[in-house]
Design a protein. Sequence first.
Length: 253
Amino acid sequence: MTTASTSLLMAAALAAAGAATPAMAQAVSPGPVVAPGNAVLTVSADGRSTRTPDLAVFSAGVTTQAKTASAALSQNAEQMNAVIAALKASGIAERDIQTSNLSVNPVYGQPRADANGNVSGDPVIIGYQATNQVEVKQRKIGNYGKTIDTLVSAGANQVSGPSFQLDNPDAASDEARIEAMKKARARAELYAKAAGLTVKRILTISESGGYAPQPMVMYARAEAMMAKAAPSPVAAGEVQVGANVTVTFELGQ
């Protein structure tokens, strides 16, 4: 290989290395640099915000049983159509009704026993059970009890809920975040003062937690709700939105 060729190869290699260096430098992401002699403090704090819920989410459905799967489904569809029609008639928008479960399962009878009480053989299918459930968003919470009574009258035999929620929790979440940051700052000031230092700056902030809707807490069957009475009473109370922040501070003289 000639001297000129060798020089060209070396130049190309150096150029490639130089081109790769910025990309490699970009991949490195060093953390915040703390001034010599300063300390680092990490604290966590919670923030809370309460609101009156404006949404009640519940589940309603129909369970039917028949000798055949098709008969169970047919009977279920007839009753469920009446339930959905009742929902719409009570003011629930179509977009607030969503199917959450549609299933058909065999129903087994007990194995037969002989004269001596000995049981033999496998369980026998004696019928089929069909279940259809919808998840419903009730936006007028004051009408919730009346809506449930209407559903039961229309043929619903399974109702679970409500889960009281916020349709838009963003403002409450931001309020909780602000409170959490105030607490974190106050806690950092407390530790810094006790150590004879001052808070210089915030190095990092991370968040966890946040808004989580309440789980459905009530389960009722139609048999317990069919009595002629006033609309089922419902108390919405308040919902709580939380935020948790972890903040790293730099402390110094």
